[in-house]
Design a protein around this ligand. Structure first.
Ligand code: ATP
Ligand code: MG
Length: 727
């Protein structure tokens, strides 16, 4: 492995061995690069065999990237290093060890929606007055307790108010219900391995010996259970290297504890600390702006970052009237960048504080025909049709999973109503049986006729596929299952507006099972399900295709892009209102802004709107974010933007119910004919192949020079008629 592309401190950090290592440094200073080189160094110098190295990353995507980089650095092919997020590594531990706690290895992993469904069942069974607590807030509380490693009994002991006692009781019953369902939630993925390590020292010893060297990226965002895992595994052999930046700690709201990194030296005495001070990512103006902003935080370790690249461009500041104009301004700036700087779509990231801001942006992207990927929003595996399929599969693998059972028992509709389901629940409790096992004898519950037939048919399907599990591979199983249950037919024949798309998604799901089979030829259905439930937003982000990336600031951590837009910079949105309450929260928001700025290599655009409509909360009337004021003025360049569409506020004072009217300032549109040649600002010259509608509502289908096909709305596309294919 060549170490030529490391500076001397990075090189020393890579080569340090025998003592715990802490790399504590600012954004873009090469921390992740050092980790990758260190893994290669350990292997190549026979310090630790590849299979005894454990590398923990923040997303599965980051793990995949790290694996590719390490392989690129190594001369020979080596056994695989264990890489993954804390959650995926813990899931692997549990598949092997969970029997120590009385679960079986085919346990289900409940996501937030499953958790809420289970909390609801628990609350209903507890005689708690309606509306006293909501399942959502209870789930949130439980997760909070778990992230702080607080056991239900401790919650109960410390409870004074009635509501606290209620939380404690629900928490306890919820844990019981999870176990009865042979299920774990996301937090349990971390907690149960800890419990096993505490109660079965021989198991801990096995993993300690196996993972002889441990590396953790983004260590500043570890929470208490994650810290405990690291401590258990590494404290004895002290073969550990963690990297992080306290200025980028942005998950405090999810239990991350910045003290884990600040106290690393205390917990791992005799550790060697490396500070990297050169930033290789961003140009000077961006870096200095970011550094000035974050210095407003009191709670931080001082550090300097020297730009390695030139001063570069100032930060662009764009004011717009509202969120729609903001989106148009993004497109406008992006088009200019592409034209003048010859950039690709994949060079851009559009960042926002909350997921709901993406909708206006998405609309503009769709209208202008610019390809984009949205990270987050409704994720593929969270769509209803996909959750239904996964529900079936989870139930087949683990017939005790009553949450999945309830989800799919009447889908596709087979006439089984809620009352019937309730009868089954009561019967199962009376007989002390699993719910699935009472479906088989509907007469004993007084259920007859069509409903009885439906129950038995449903039971038979689940039973049959459960028995087929060892015989069929995952792909075959899913394929026959969607035929036999009628799911395929249901979507294919339905005329509901969304069902065509749902059918496509079901087909896409089949494809994902097939892809999995290629990747893991030996993998069974339960491994597939595990992979699916561990997918994070970022894992669906396929950056091989040339697309603009839209995502939240949180999701952007660790990544870099040539051009970054930070949108919605208004007080109340970023920073959020709720963050204005305490200094700590405001500082976390400021770190988030710092993370956003430092993602950029060459150019940052800061955007704010004077009026922002919001669903479910009050409209905002643009007070420019205090963070913008914290950027030194000489680093900013104001860019004025006038939209082709001017929106006028109609009637009375601006307020929640004010309507806005859209009036066009561009008046003339070309009327296109099939066969016309046109020029588009980004896609270049193309030929009109299809037409629909007229005037400003005309849509055109165009094939551009490199074969790219686009359907565009004339009104938005800004097409120019040209005489020849050469323009
Ligand atoms: P973050 O805090 O955002 O996670 P980081 O400290 O992990 O950042 P890296 O992502 O490892 O930083 O590196 C930032 C960029 O600088 C990458 O493009 C990386 O390839 C480059 N880089 C790092 N070290 C060097 C070096 N010695 N020479 C040239 N380029 C470098
Ligand atoms: Mg990094």
């Amino acid at each position: 492995m060549s170490k030529r592309n490391l500076n001397h401190i990075q090189k020393a950090a890579v080569e340090s061995f025998g003592r715990p290592v802490l790399i504590f440094a600012g954004a873009g200073s090469g921390k992740t690069r050092v980790l990758t080189h260190k893994i290669a160094h350990l292997i190549e110098n026979n310090l630790v065999p590849a299979e005894h190295i454990l590398a923990v990353t923040f997303t599965n995507k980051a793990a995949q990237e790290m694996r590719e980089r390490v392989n690129g650095l190594l001369k020979e092919k080596h056994a695989q290093v264990n890489m993954g997020t804390f959650h995926s590594i813990c899931a692997r531990i549990l598949r092997k060890e969970i029997h120590h706690l009385g679960y079986t290895p085919d346990f289900s992993i409940f996501d937030v929606k499953d958790q809420i469904a289970l909390v609801k069942v628990v609350i209903e069974a507890m005689d708690i007055p309606k509306n006293y607590v909501t399942p959502q807030e209870v789930r949130h509380k439980i997760s909070y307790f778990k992230n702080k490693l607080i056991h239900p009994d401790e919650v109960k002991r410390k409870a004074h108010l009635v509501i606290e006692k209620t939380y404690a009781a629900i928490y306890k019953n919820y844990q019981k219900a999870l176990k009865e369902n042979n299920a774990v939630d996301f937090d349990d993925l971390l907690l149960l391995p800890l419990e096993i390590f505490e109660t079965h020292p021989e198991v801990l010893e096995k993993y300690r010996q196996f993972w002889g060297y441990i590396l953790v990226d983004e260590y500043q965002d570890t929470n208490k259970p994650q810290f405990m895992l690291v401590k258990y595994l590494a404290q004895e052999h002290q073969q550990i290297c963690v990297v992080g930046d306290d200025d980028q700690s942005i998950y405090g709201w999810r239990g991350a504890d910045i003290r884990n990194i600040l106290n690393f030296e205390k917990n791992f005495g005799n550790c060697e600390v490396f500070k990297l001070e050169k930033n290789y990512r961003s140009t000077g103006h961006i870096l200095e702006a970011a550094a000035t902003v974050v210095k407003n935080n009191e709670n931080r370790a001082p550090k300097d970052l020297i730009p390695h690249n030139g001063a570069g461009e100032k930060l662009g500041l764009i004011e717009t009237n509202d969120e729609m104009e903001e989106a148009d301004a993004v497109i406008n700036a992006l088009e200019k960048e592409i034209k003048l700087q010859k950039r690709n779509f994949s060079d851009f990231a559009i960042l926002y504080r909350t997921n709901s801001q993406s909708r206006a942006l998405e609309d503009s992207f769709r209208r202008s025909g610019i390809p984009y990927n949205i990270v987050g929003g409704v994720r593929f595996y969270e769509r209803k049709e996909i959750k239904d399929l996964i529900g079936y599969l989870s139930l087949i693998v683990n017939p005790k999973d009553t949450i999945s059972l309830r989800r799919v028992i009447n889908f596709p509709p087979r006439g089984i109503g809620i009352k019937t389901v309730d009868k089954c629940v009561i019967q199962a409790e009376a007989d002390k049986k699993e719910m699935i096992d009472v479906l088989n004898a509907p007469e004993s519950m007084g259920i007859r006729g069509k409903q009885a037939d439906s129950l038995t048919a449903f039971y038979n399907i689940i039973k049959k596929y459960n028995e087929l599990l060892p015989k069929l591979n995952a792909g075959e199983l899913v394929r026959t299952l969607i035929e036999e249950t009628g799911i395929k037919k249901f979507y294919k024949e339905s005329s509901g507006p969304e069902d065509a798309e749902r059918f496509d998604n079901v087909m896409e799901f089949l494809k994902s099972v097939d892809d999995f089979m290629v990747r893991e030829p030996e993998g069974g259905l339960s491994q597939f399900l595990e992979e699916v439930s561990l997918l994070t937003d970022l894992d669906q982000w396929n950056d091989e295709t040339n697309r603009v990336t839209l995502m939240t600031l949180h999701a952007a951590k660790g990544l870099e892009f040539p051009v970054v837009f930070i949108t919605g910079l208004e007080d109340g949105l970023f920073p959020m209102y709720s963050a204005l309450e305490t200094k700590d929260k405001l500082e976390e928001e400021r770190r988030l802004f710092y993370v956003g700025l430092t993602r950029a290599m060459h150019k940052v655009y800061l955007m704010y709107a004077n009026h922002r409509r919001r669903i479910g909360s009050d409209d905002l009337y643009g007070m420019v974010s205090r963070f913008v004021h914290e950027v030194p003025e000489e680093k900013l360049e104001k860019i004025s933007f006038t939209s082709a569409l001017t929106r006028k506020v109609v009637g009375g004072k601006p307020g929640r119910h004010t309507k806005t009217a859209v009036s066009r300032t561009v008046v003339a549109f070309d009327d296109f004919q099939v066969g016309d040649f046109v020029e588009h600002a980004i896609f270049g010259i193309g030929k009109v192949m299809a037409l629909s509608g007229q005037g400003e509502n005309q849509r055109v289908g165009i094939v551009f020079k490199d074969g790219l096909k686009k359907k565009l709305v004339v009104k938005f596309a800004n097409l120019k008629k040209v005489d020849t294919p050469e323009g």
